[in-house]
Design a protein around this ligand. Sequence first.
Ligand code: PGA
Length: 254
Amino acid sequence: MMGRLPFIAGNWKMNKTVEEACELVRQMKLAIAGAEGVGVAIAPPFTALYAVRKELEGSAICLAAQNLFWEEKGAYTGEVSPGMLKGVGCEYVIIGHSERRQFFGETDETVNRRMKAALGPGLKPIFCVGETLREREEGKTFPVIERQVEGGLRGLGEKEMKSIVVAYEPVWAIGTGKTATPQQAEEVHRFIRERIERIYSRQIAEEVRIQYGGSVTPENIKGLMIQKDIDGALVGGASLKSETFSKIVRFKEM
Ligand code: PGA
């Protein structure tokens, strides 16, 4: 069986004007050029997608969006549809990020609707799950992850699962500088892979890429990536500078 290709994605969140985004992409293209054996995506805010797509022409870096709505069109002021993201050149879309769950009322059910809507026109979801500090302290990490995984994937078949990347992002590690230890992360990654095996098959579980997210830096990426079930990273803060992001992408060279 072929190994899983590592996948590093930068989630820019609500940062960068169009001009700033283009400047950052130009720097990243240079800094990342020639990096081998790794897939890379960046997720700028909606407003910068079109301009960034133009900057990315001829580059191996893929374009991702940070969210989408499940309807294709209509009276949904402020929302963006799967077809619009496809049309602007997105290959991936982040779904169910903990900030969406925390601040914008996202639930397992709405995550599931977004997953189905994304897959329709061929977008690849980066499907986020993760427990809060309280849930971890109460010993509920595994049941929470299980609920999120099963809820988000409900009704999706094997073929669809092949287009999905999972991101495990413990909420307490996001933007806090507190990374999960490689062992803490690996334990949950293994659990997620086992759940996927149970829902689908051994083969699907072996193929699915599971990223870790939460205060990933050039300093801690290597320790995470040597874990058996960690296949990449979803990077927030450190993806806003080409210097740090490119070091993370080039983790094999460090
Ligand atoms: P962080 O964010 O790297 O800034 O912790 C990660 C994320 O939310 O995807």
